[in-house]
Design a binder for this molecule. Sequence first.
Ligand code: GLU
Length: 493
Amino acid sequence: MSEVRVRFAPSPTGAPHVGNVRTALFQWLWARHSGGKFILRIEDTDQAREVENGLELILDSLRFLGLDWDEGPDVGGAYGPYRQSDRLEIYAEHARQLIDKGAAYYCYCTAERLELMRKHQQARQEPTRYDRRCRFFSDAERAAHENAGEPKVVRLAVPLDGKTTLHDFIHGDLTIANKDVDDQVLLKSDGFPTYHLAVVVDDHLMKISHVMRGDDWVPSFPKHVLLYQAFGWEIPPHGHVPNVLGADKKKLSKRHGAESVTQFRDDGYLPEAMLNFLARLGWSYDDKSEIFSRDELIKLFTLDKIEHAPGTFDHSKLEWMNGFYIRQLPDDDLVNRVMPFLERAHLKVDRATLLSFAPLLKERIKKLDEAAAMVDFLFADELEYDPQLLIGKGMDGTSPLKSAGSSTARAALRAAQSVLEKYSAFDDEEKIEAELRAASDHIGMKYAQFFGALRVAVTGKTVSPPLMGSMRVLGRAKTLHRIERAVAALGNG
Ligand code: GLU
């Protein structure tokens, strides 16, 4: 096989959608698997749809996932330029070649005429397509339009009969009757190519060995095949990769929640998890394996395992996978990754404290953005207590005691305090916990109530990371200080 050269060819119209990035990932994996090249080409010929930081959003998404490119607008390469707006002369020249061969023609129809034509076709319930008026002009008619200096476009002269077939390596043969194919515009009157001309010319000139695109592009295949044939070029293997659908089996869109890779990054998903998850959307190695590292994916990825059926974007599976990868992270690495999220939440983080808390944290979060709410108690100067939380269900904090040593929050906190005071540090979690249980027994309280009150006193919350570990990391002084303040918050009743 000659060198594998695959390309990701996004248009800078916004943050890349996970579906497109998944297709890019397949191409990148194929390049890396085969020791080939992954090329980034920016398809910016539809300037009306372009957004200002479009290119940055694309580069950011690829960088986040570690999909490095060998040739592209920023790194150059032997087949540049890699931005289509810098290649206009190339497209114009190729359009001229087609005109010279009679495979394309100039069309002078005005927007008004085309609109009227479309309306008539609709009224007759015919498919709307160009009626080929200019294709069959006599030389004199054409010369008249030329001499009048009218704006013109270049259209593909689609064969009037026969059929066109693409051998798709995912879907098998795709065939259409040529009579059903429109005489597509190739070059617009402003000199910009349409997607169809630009993509075919560039894939050929850049020596792309495998063209992969989402299967929402299937309707374009005849235009591309006919263009290859008109130029007399060999058609590289093409594969339409199944789309990514939401859980409701509709094409993934904003309605399903986040849809751009950078949004997932900002929500606290790890690139390792995202990469693994995206790889499984439309590709499977066998019927059981879910977890694949980057290296395993590179080793195992082959085109024949791309599935025909669309991949379903299952958010709960992504969360599960992300939690899995978070638990695998070394403590130090977790701290580094979580830090920007804690800064975003304005926490005054002490790195050493966070590091000793990392083993507890990684068991408790599925996304990095959940960390702030899990660790904020460690870095708060003082907690504000809601007495209702301290008292908990079935307890009585303010009314007179029902009986000596009865189940009150204050009794629980005082009992916990006298246990904890005896220790200079809380490292021996098991021993301290056993003593706290004994203290709870001693005052006749249920453990849930006893530890519930203590948890709220120490963390300010009813749900928190494991209590004993939290107290160990928080340290003796802060823990006891908080218990004292919690008792005060309960009042004297
Ligand atoms: N520029 C097209 C897009 O934005 C590329 C499609 C293709 O890969 O041919 O998806």
